[in-house]
Design a protein around this ligand. Structure first.
Ligand code: NAI
Length: 468
């Protein structure tokens, strides 16, 4: 007979393992079915390795810039196989930590590909079967590819293959200027690769505030990245070593060693649902859920990159998976839950310079019909930023105009510059707390810190800034 659990989770990425860890912490018996390694895309082929390589790039820049501080460290060179080894060590250590934690919480991990059958049964390829009172689908996503660009792992790569490279190319085309494309372009350019980004839309980082994206564009261009926007990629012709990519209306071409395709991700719902299961999947393959993350089948939930909430764009972010896992467990336990407001989740892009934001951009706020008051402050006037030698960037705060015509509730905070991913916390709090400018202006920012720029911007919104 199939072993029975309180909760069975299909997929052990951030959405799945958060469900399992939180559920087990609440005393539920939990099984996780995972076909590869727990930790999922984020740990093995996504966030963690990508940020590790960005840190390699940052180290390279620091050594190159050391002379400015009077330190003679010579000119940096790179052996990327060593960088790859270090990345793997970080990933393996986190993976060991996660598997150990899951064991200690008495979570049963079943190796294999899981599929949901009727009556909340989970069938594992190879013949295993289990059943549960509640099933959570957390199968995640895989890179999207484009016709004419067969992934061979040598000349044409997606993020999966890029993050396993042992050697960097001399030249590369990155197709798609979203978060992944820009992070890879930033890494490669700092490590000496000649990079061209080909983006179909009129600008890179299309989801970001315009002025924030412009700062990234300026920095990228200064570091030699060629950015071509509004271009359609039509195909490529492999040569002896690299390939020639064709793009644009006038049949432009570019010959490079490597093409990295980063045009988004698609949900991995193929084969996940067996006959007789009532879970609904939309035309793009996303599992449909309501705001409580319930599918159309009783007792079956879904979280993470796999889902569409139908109301707004569902961000494919690890931390969104974490919070959804927690919410599902609370719902199972009958505890009160505040559904995630997807328009206000924190976003962090770890390019150089970094980008971080929460809430509405100026354009989005205006499009949504808000009358806004906007202030921005550059890092160039900040002591800590000058000490670091990283003074490019700015903080921009968007507030709703109140009845008296003053800046009221904070609608969005958009940052670009040094360590902004680590500075977003208080901005996120302000946006999600629906705090006003007057309230946040009272926060004390330690001096000298980078976060003074956020404090100064909010203070300026009260009508009286200290420095601006
Ligand atoms: P994305 O959807 O963010 O960006 C893809 C880009 O490719 C878009 O700008 C799109 O206009 C462009 N594009 C699509 N088809 C194209 C074509 N044929 N030719 C040229 N350009 C084309 O997807 P991305 O960057 O692959 O990331 C996937 C997901 O991973 C995102 O949803 C994001 O949420 C998540 N992610 C987040 C990160 C972060 O927050 N730091 C880092 C990496 C990924």
């Amino acid at each position: 007979m199939a072993e029975h659990f309180d909760v069975a989770v299909i997929g052990g990425g951030p959405g799945g393992y958060a469900t399992a860890l939180y559920g087990a912490a609440a005393g539920l018996s939990v099984a996780v079915v995972e076909m590869d390694k727990v930790g999922g895309t984020c740990l093995h082929r996504g966030c963690i390795p990508a940020k590790e390589f960005l840190e390699t790039a940052s180290m390279f820049r620091h050594v190159a810039d050391a002379k400015e501080f009077g330190i003679d460290a010579g000119s940096p060179g790179i052996d990327f196989s060593i960088s790859q080894g270090r990345k793997q060590k970080v990933v393996d250590q986190l993976w060991k930590g996660l598997t150990g934690l899951m064991k200690r919480r008495r979570i049963t991990t079943v190796a294999g590909r899981g599929a949901l059958g009727p009556g909340r049964t989970v069938h594992v390829d190879g013949g295993g079967e289990l059943s549960a009172d509640h099933v959570v689908l957390a199968a995640g996503s895989v890179p999207r590819t484009i016709p004419g660009f067969e992934v061979d792992g040598r000349v044409v790569l997606t993020s999966d293959e890029f993050l396993a490279l042992e050697r960097l190319p001399a030249t590369a085309v990155v197709i798609g200027g979203g978060a992944i494309g820009c992070e890879f372009a930033s890494t490669m350019a700092d490590l000496g690769v000649k990079v061209t980004i080909l983006e179909a839309l009129p600008k890179i980082l299309p989801g970001c505030d315009r002025e924030v994206a412009e700062v990234v564009v300026r920095s990228f261009k200064k570091r030699g990245i060629d950015i071509r926007t509004g271009v359609a990629v039509s195909g490529h012709t492999p040569g002896e070593t690299g390939t020639t990519v064709s793009f644009g209306g006038e049949g432009e071409t570019l010959t490079v060693d490597m093409v990295v395709v980063s045009v988004g991700r698609r949900p991995l719902s193929d084969g996940l649902l067996l006959d007789g299961v009532g879970v609904e999947v939309d035309e793009r393959g996303f599992v449909r859920v309501d705001q409580w993350l319930r599918t159309a089948e009783e007792g079956v939930f879904a979280v993470g990159d796999l889902i569409s909430t139908g109301t707004s764009v569902h961000p494919a972010l690890a931390h969104v998976g974490f919070v959804e896992g927690i919410q599902v467990v609370k719902t199972i336990l009958g505890e009160p839950v505040v559904p995630v407001d997807y328009a206000k989740v924190p976003w962090c892009i770890y390019t150089h310079p970094e980008v971080a934001f929460a809430g509405l951009s100026e354009e989005a706020a205006t499009d949504a019909g808000y009358e806004v008051v906007v202030k921005k402050d550059p890092f160039a006037g900040n002591g800590r930023a000058l000490i670091l030698g990283e003074a490019e960037g700015l903080v921009k705060v968007i507030a709703e105009k109140d009845g008296a015509g003053r800046a009221g509730t904070i609608l969005g905070v958009h940052m670009v510059g040094p360590w902004v991913t680590e500075q977003l916390g208080q901005a996120y709090l302000a946006v999600n707390w629906e705090a006003t400018v007057d309230e946040v202006a009272q926060f004390i920012q330690p001096h000298p810190t980078l976060s003074e720029v956020f404090g100064e911007t909010v203070l300026a919104l009260t009508g009286r800034g200290l420095h601006s």
